[in-house]
Design a binder for this molecule. Structure first.
Ligand code: NI
Length: 260
């Protein structure tokens, strides 16, 4: 799975992934081994409901460098998963965050109130358990920012897609900004300007795999090793080296997720 251009010796910490996806079923063991041999020192795989959160915890048990997040994704609020179930799953020693949680008005916008309610309940849970949150915000920038300002949780806005102005507000809250493969796409209009202003200590990298593979792998099955290309692009925009971006983002991830 690792062609020569993916070989890498710098530390890669993928702060957002979905390795429970069935597309990984046949290749997961081999892929994880190759990732681990090529610098991937940490991966957070996220749950979207109880079933996928349990799968995330199982993977975290099976592989040392894999950590789990548990939560109810805004697209899965009808899954029947309750916040109490998430509370129970979050007690696992390799659960490092509550996520993926947030608001998504792109796919469904006729249940905004329920989305907001479940999001806020999970933020309160995270605060009670002293865990960071992994925030999904798609076409819901205004409401997402209002809720983050109201509760001031610790965590990361993943696969950031908002404006520079909103990024400034998130930075003021001390929250991290997750940058994914989209930064390598030609149509990433506002994102390069956002990437310029994120302070070193609040920058994170991620895949959201199996989705959003960076160039030159756009459209292919994505995995954490491809973060090399995301980091390369971020380094170019910030006038530094890929090594520097990978080292500082790995350090930031370990601080956020309290990994020794
Ligand atoms: Ni995701």
């Amino acid at each position: 799975m690792y062609s020569d251009d993916l070989k890498n010796s710098y530390p890669i910490f993928d702060t957002h992934s979905h390795y429970d996806d069935e597309r990984f079923d046949e290749i997961r063991d081999e892929l994880f081994e190759e990732m681990n041999q090529n610098g991937v020192c940490g991966v957070v795989t996220c749950g979207c409901d109880a079933a996928s959160s349990k799968k995330a915890l199982k993977m975290a048990e099976d592989y040392d460098f894999v950590y789990a997040a548990v939560g109810i994704h805004p697209g899965n609020i009808d899954s029947g998963t309750t916040v109490e179930q998430i509370r129970a799953l979050a007690a696992h020693k390799k659960c490092v965050a509550i996520g993926e949680i947030g608001l998504d008005y792109y796919w469904v916008d006729d249940n905004k109130q329920s989305q907001i309610e479940i999001f806020e309940k999970q933020i309160l849970l995270a605060k009670e358990l002293d865990l960071p949150i992994l925030v999904h915000d798609r076409d819901a920038h205004g409401d997402t920012l209002d809720i983050l300002k109201k509760h001031k949780p610790k965590g990361v806005v993943h696969c950031y897609s908002g404006s520079v102005e909103m990024a400034q507000e998130i930075i003021k809250l001390g929250m991290y900004i997750g940058v994914g493969g989209v930064i390598t796409f030609k149509n990433a209009k506002k994102l390069p300007d956002v990437v310029k202003i994120i302070p070193d200590e609040l920058l994170l990298v991620e895949t959201d795999c199996p989705y959003l593979a960076p160039e030159p792998y756009r459209g292919k099955l994505c995995h954490s090793g491809m973060i090399k290309f995301t980091a390369q692009k971020i380094a170019e925009i910030r006038g530094t080296t890929t090594q520097n971006i990978l080292e500082l983002t790995s350090k930031n991830a370990k601080i956020l997720f309290n990994i020794k």
